[in-house]
Ligand binder design. Structure first.
Ligand SMILES: NC(=O)c1ccc[n+]([C@@H]2O[C@H](COP(=O)([O-])OP(=O)(O)OC[C@H]3O[C@@H](n4cnc5c(N)ncnc54)[C@H](OP(=O)(O)O)[C@@H]3O)[C@@H](O)[C@H]2O)c1
Length: 270
């Protein structure tokens, strides 16, 4: 193991660990010595990843959970208690995109989306934050998106709203934890290679974007972990997306909204 073992003997819990950014978070945290609680619905994927991480010399614990179900965070909490695991690090990452215009999805689909993308993040943080504050150590990442920092376009209607919520939530939690060595960071990637766009059926459109707009997971995650360690509340990976989000903060919102709507039309279903 060549990485500095700054999380040696700590436990990190990663939701959505069976693919994409969550699997990469798990690998990089294991390289830094952390034991991993891996959470997702696909057990076979989690078992394969757990074997890979165990070979790096860390412990793993698997929890199969559908985080769109309101009872899932409580069930995860009971599982952790039964295994005597108190996570020092929480990576709230599980997610997907609900493609199409607002009324193309029925209410149960929107309700499940909000449950997974907003409520499960807040509920899991609520379960662990008190312990972290009492202990005087804790690290939380909420995986948000550039979509939460720029005006929203048509389609995928609740996606930007859910990510904007997580950014504001992370800022507040980070401010509350600052004096107790409890950091909370909203990591806000732009388009990043993972299974995300296969799952939501937008891969063909995404493949037409200029290549400079597509990032790879390893630098996104490495930057996110560094930002969390430094106590940053919000982190945007990559120069391209840093520039876009800086412009979004400077240009009039109406102008930014029409620019963003035009760009997103290429990548989103309405
Ligand atoms: N890729 C991008 O361009 C991009 C950009 C900005 C932000 N993000 C954010 O990054 C996060 C991770 O996405 P990704 O790109 O890594 O996508 P991904 O490769 O599709 O992985 C998504 C993960 O979330 C899990 N998941 C989905 N629904 C779940 C549910 N109901 N319960 C529990 N786990 C669930 C999946 O596991 P199972 O299917 O096994 O449950 C999988 O492990 C998401 O929050 C996404 O919004 C992605």
């Amino acid at each position: 193991m060549s990485e500095v073992q700054i999380y040696r003997n700590q436990w990190a819990m990663v939701t959505g660990a069976s693919a994409g950014l969550g699997a990469e978070f798990s690998r990089q945290l294991a390289d830094k010595g952390a034991n991993l609680v891996l959470v997702a619905r696909r057990e076979d994927r989690l078992r394969t990843l757990a074997e890979e991480l165990t070979a790096k010399g860390v412990k793993t614990h698997i929890i199969i959970a559908d985080l769109a179900k309101p009872e899932a965070p409580d069930a995860i909490w009971h599982d952790l208690q039964a295994a005597s695991i108190k996570p020092d690090i929480l990576i709230n990452n599980a997610g997907f995109g609900l493609a199409g215009g607002f009324n193309k999805s029925d209410w149960p689909a929107h309700r499940d989306f909000i449950e997974l993308m907003v409520t499960s993040y807040v509920h899991l943080a609520h379960k662990l934050f008190g312990d972290m504050m009492a202990r005087g150590y804790g690290r939380i990442i909420n995986v948000a998106s550039v979509a939460g920092l720029v005006p929203a376009g048509p389609g995928h209607t609740l996606y930007g709203a859910s990510k904007a919520f997580l950014i504001s939530f992370s800022e507040s939690l980070n401010a509350e934890g600052r004096n107790k060595n409890v950091h909370c960071c909203a990591v806000c990637p732009g388009f990043t290679l993972s299974e995300f766009h296969d799952v939501n059926g937008t891969r063909d459109a995404i493949n037409k974007l200029p290549s400079f707009m597509m990032m790879e997971a390893p630098p996104v995650i490495a930057g996110g972990l560094r930002a969390m360690e430094k106590g940053k509340a919000v982190y945007v990976p990559g120069l391209v997306y840093k520039t876009i989000t800086a412009l979004a903060g400077m240009l009039p919102r109406n102008l930014m909204q029409s620019l963003s709507a035009k760009q997103l039309q290429k990548a989103r279903k309405v």
